[in-house]
Design a protein around this ligand. Structure first.
Ligand code: SF4
Ligand code: SF4
Ligand code: SF4
Length: 285
């Protein structure tokens, strides 16, 4: 994922979000969590990651996603998120240092994708995961515009495409287990638990090892906070984690939606969404 500043994101997202906001009053932000620290979350520490890809393999195993082979046809080696690759480990090499970085949905406390979806196909659940219901989805893809982390993907090659992304293993969490990726990490680079406990553990690492890390827990407050938290020894922006400020993207997008009236953009996507909805309904009937 390319690095994206808050300004760049809002420029791209503004018009699409504005039309989504006009489309229906249902496109309101999910109510803020009563206490996001009680949500389930994950903490990823770049200094402990050895790039073994056990986490991304565990994600495939649990979710049954197709492998993404490299040109040799021998190795599962995705270089970006796709509709079948919900998480991956990338190697960053740069002037500020080298690092592995894991990418997946951040499970924002106040998610832009939920705010952008006009039909509530995406939901922020009480336990923390941001989940997707394909039965509600009309294929408008506003969630893709509304995500500041460039996470949701669309099944372009399917007849009735769906949005895909990491679910934070909501099914496993509901059963009392942890996310498959975190449970398989052999080094402790990726751990899971109550968000508040993860934040406490991360801040203790910063105090105990001040020279090891950039002095910040990414996701504590970024874009209003996320359930997936990062510690890093190289600047977060180098790893593709944008500086989005601390205000939830949903609030900014709602303001934009109130200012712009992109009626031209409103018509096309909604017609297509209607066609998709009808064909899906007829197919199910
Ligand atoms: S990272 Fe994007 S897709 Fe994931 S919860 Fe946040 S806004 Fe939604
Ligand atoms: S939390 Fe689950 S769905 Fe998300 S990356 Fe990990 S294994 Fe995949
Ligand atoms: S399993 Fe752990 S150590 Fe291996 S790549 Fe994933 S996060 Fe890094």
């Amino acid at each position: 994922m390319s690095s994206l500043s808050r300004r760049d994101f809002l420029k791209v997202a503004g018009l699409g979000l504005g039309s989504a906001m006009l489309a229906t009053e249902a496109a309101q932000a999910a109510p803020p969590a009563e206490d996001a620290n009680d949500h389930v979350g994950m903490l990823y520490d770049t200094t402990l990651c050895v790039g073994c890809h056990a986490c991304s393999a565990a994600c495939r195993d649990w979710n049954g996603t197709e492998v993404d082979l490299d040109p040799s046809g021998l190795y599962d080696a995705p270089t970006e998120l796709t509709d079948d690759t919900w998480t991956l480990i990338l190697l960053h090499q740069g002037e500020n240092g080298n690092s592995f970085v894991k990418r997946q949905c951040m499970h924002c406390v106040d998610p832009g994708c939920v705010s952008g979806c006009p039909v509530h196909a995406l939901q922020k659940t009480a336990a923390g995961p941001v989940t997707y219901d394909p039965r509600r989805c009309i294929g408008c893809r506003y969630c893709m515009y509304a995500c500041p982390f460039d996470i949701p993907r669309f099944e372009w090659e399917e007849v009735l495409p769906e949005i895909t992304k990491c679910t934070l293993c909501a099914d496993r969490v509901a059963a009392g287990d942890g996310p498959a990726c975190a449970e398989r990490c052999p080094t402790g680079a990726l751990i899971w638990g109550r968000r508040g406990d993860l934040l406490e553990a991360a801040e203790k690492r910063l105090v105990d090892h001040p020279n090891r890390y950039v002095n910040k827990v990414y996701g504590k407050d970024d874009a209003g906070g996320t359930s997936v938290l990062y510690l890093s020894h190289v600047p977060f922006e180098d790893l593709g984690l944008p500086d989005l400020g601390t205000e939830p993207i949903t609030r900014l997008s709602e303001r934009i939606g109130n200012v712009f009236i992109p009626s031209i953009l409103l018509g096309g996507p909604l017609v297509l969404a209607g066609i998709r909805f009808i064909s899906k309904r007829d197919g199910e009937g």
